[in-house]
Design a protein. Structure first.
Length: 385
């Protein structure tokens, strides 16, 4: 008996001539998972039929159900779970029988190899969404008809693996800017929520607490500053590095200035309470950090490091400030600069918000990806003829 679950919302699309299967195997909520969700929902609004495939019980399943997005789930225990991939293959085979014009869109590194292998076995056109600036495994090269890179840094990683340039399209990640634009009383309300003083200088950080994200550098910077100039740091996220970061806070007696608020289902509560945003990875290979785009949409000036594709969205002295990776002294100076100059914070934040609206809108993402689908469908149908 097949072990997969089909949500009722899916049924109304099964008779369409063309269909996209969106495979996102992330078991936690992340920027990449959010990007896949936004894209599928945006495509549906444009009348592009699709089904989202994800692990059973993942946060993505719940969000898809709430949004009315068709979703199929599988009990994924790991990338080497052969029963799961067998069930997925049988489901995809049945899906192809009903809708021959099918595209398989793999949205993440997790599960990309078996997903694309199965699609290739079924002779279906494939897309790999490369959301990181890390090397693309060479065994994926012959399996993807098209690679969508979220930044020039991600595209270079794909080219270095051997993907032909005509098979790579740079399509920027997107958010819904209006969703993050603070209303008039947002700052006051969120500061009351977190127990923050009205005139305190507050810096926000959002992301998984993992190695390479640079959170220890932020704590180093706070420790190096005088007590009367330290910002309040609101750090939203969870992960394996959490306990060691908390130990650093205790060791350097930073408890009055650092607040670990855990994973936030809605990060606006953190962003709207802040005066600035800090994102300073030392080596984490992000293609386009979703957290930075959300902070920019919330009209916050960003302090970042030019790691991965970050330097493509944070322009020094225009939409934010860039500091060298691991450079505590430079980070301290950037924090001091923003603390001392509210007008500078407003200028950078307003420019950042304008940039996101112009270059990272959901409509732009949907249009570009839909054009790629149309090209692949025509190409595949021409081969079949």
């Amino acid at each position: 008996m097949l072990q997969f679950r089909i949500r009722p919302a899916m049924e109304r699309h099964w008779d369409d001539d063309r269909h996209v299967v969106h495979a996102e195997w992330g078991r936690r909520w992340s920027g990449g998972v959010n990007q896949a969700f936004l894209l599928v929902r945006g495509l549906m609004a444009r009348g592009v039929p699709g089904t989202l495939v994800c692990p059973r019980g993942a946060p993505l399943e719940r969000r898809a159900m709430m949004a009315g997005v068709p979703v199929v789930t599988f009990p994924l225990r790991g990338e080497h779970s052969l029963p799961t991939w067998w069930r997925f293959a049988r489901w995809l085979c049945e899906r192809r029988r009903i809708t021959p014009s099918l595209i398989v869109h793999a949205h993440s590194r997790r599960g990309a190899l078996p997903t694309l292998l199965i699609a290739r076995w079924l002779k279906l056109p494939t897309i790999l969404h490369w959301r990181v600036a890390a090397p693309l495994p060479r065994w994926l090269v012959p399996l993807a008809d098209q690679v969508i890179a979220v930044s020039e840094a991600s595209a270079r990683a794909a080219m270095q693996a051997g993907i032909a340039t005509d098979r790579i399209a740079v399509v920027r990640s997107a958010i819904e800017p209006d969703h993050f634009t603070p209303h008039r009383d947002a700052r006051q309300q969120e500061r009351i929520r977190w127990g923050l003083a009205k005139h305190a200088f507050v810096v926000a950080g959002v992301g998984r607490l993992v190695a390479g994200k640079g959170y220890e550098v932020v704590l180093d910077a706070l420790a190096a500053m005088n007590e009367n100039e330290r910002p309040i740091l609101l750090l939203a996220g969870d992960g394996p590095l959490g306990p060691s970061l908390e130990q650093m806070v205790d060791r350097w007696r930073l408890g009055l200035w650092v607040r670990f608020v855990g994973f936030q289902d809605d990060v606006r509560a953190v962003l709207w309470a802040a005066d600035a945003f800090v994102h300073v990875p030392t080596h984490f290979p992000e293609g386009t950090p979703n957290a930075i785009l959300e902070a920019m949409a919330a009209c916050l000036p960003v302090i970042a490091t030019p790691v991965g594709g970050t330097g493509e969205i944070v322009e020094p002295d225009r939409t934010g400030l860039l500091v060298p990776p691991g450079d505590t002294v430079a980070l301290v100076e950037a924090l001091r600069r923003l603390r001392a100059d509210p007008a500078e914070r407003h200028r950078l934040g307003a420019a950042a918000q304008t940039y996101v609206r112009e270059h990272h809108s959901l409509n732009r993402l949907v249009e570009r990806v839909n054009a790629i689908y149309t090209h692949l469908w025509h190409e595949h149908e021409a081969v079949l003829c």
